[in-house]
Design a protein around this ligand. Sequence first.
Ligand code: NAP
Length: 309
Amino acid sequence: MENVVIIGTGCAGLTAAIYTARANLSPLVLTGLMPGGLLTTTSIVENFPGFPEGVDGYELMTRMQKQAEKFGARVKFATLESVNLDQRPFRLDVDGDLIETKSLIIASGAGHKHLGLESEDRLEKKGVTYCATCDGALPMFRNKPLVVVGGGDSACEEAMYLTRFASEVYLIHRRDSLRASRIMASRTLANPKIKPVWDSLVTEVLDVNLDKVTGVRVKNLKSNEEIVLDCAGVFVAIGHVPNTKLFKGIIDMDENGYIIPKHGTETNVTGVFVAGDCSDHVYRQAVTAAGLGCAAAIDVERYLAGLNS
Ligand code: NAP
C-alpha cells in the first residue's frame, strides 16, 4: 500500500513529490497525459525565482522531476481512471490497475479553455491550436498571417512567440485593453508585427468545408460589424479549465470545477489534499503552484504521522 499518491507532475505535483520524498514517504506520482504539466508548453519562464536569465519551461519541469526522483519519488506515466474515496485505504484505478493509498494529493492542474465553436473543434490540429510553442514553427504557419485569441499573459506570450514565424499576428481580444501584466502588455503592443483587434470575438473559424484554417469571422462587440480576417492558424489562449472532472460529486469544488480546500490544503475528504492550478483560479503562477505543493506535502506528512501515533 502507498503512503501517498500524487496526481500530476506540474509544479505543484513535483514540489509535493520532492517534499514527501525527502520525508521518506516514497511517493508515487502519476503523470496523466501531460507529463510536466502546462509549463512544458511555455518557452522561457522569466519569473521563477532563482533564474535571472529565465529558464525553459520544459527544462524546469525536467529538473524538478529529477530532484524528486533523487530523493525516492516514483514517477509513473499513467492516468487515474477512477477513485473510491469512501474506503480506507483509498482505492485508485490507474490504467486498469488497483492502487491502494493512505493519502492522496490532487495536483492535476488545468487544461486549455476552448472558445466553444463547432468550427473550432472541427479544425483543431488543422490550423486551430492551443500552444504556440508546440505548433508555431510548423511549415503551414510560416510567413502567413496568424490569429491569437485572448488578452491575458498567455495570449501575449503566444503572440510574441509567433512573430518569429508569422508575416503578422492579429491579437483578437474582447475588450479594449489587455488583461496581461503591464510588462507583457507593453512589449506586445510595441511589437510591429502584432496587430490588436479590440472589442472583438471570433464567431467562426473558416473554412470547415476546406478542412483547414483559412481565416476567422470576427464580430466587433461595439458596432456589431462582422469582418473576415485571412489567416493560416488560430491560437486560442483564453485561459484554463481545472482537470477535476473525476472528483466531481466527491470533492467539494466551485461551479467552475476548482477544488475548494477546507483546512490548509486538505479537502472535505480527510486524507485527500489539493495543490496548484486545479484549486487556484486567482494566482496561477508556477511559483504559487510550487508553494501549494510544498504545503500539501507538509499537510500529508502531519496527517500520516497522526495516523501512526
Ligand atoms: P487569463 O489571465 O485568465 O486571461 C484569459 C483571457 O482570455 C482574458 O483576456 C479573457 O478576457 C479572455 N477570454 C476568456 N474567455 C474568453 C472567451 N470565451 N472568448 C474570448 N476571450 C476570452 O488567462 P492566461 O492568460 O492563460 O493567464 C493565466 C495565468 O497565468 C495568469 O495569472 C497569468 O498571469 C499567468 N501567466 C503568466 C505568464 C508569465 O508571467 N510569463 C505567462 C502565461 C500566463 P477578459 O479579459 O475579458 O476576461
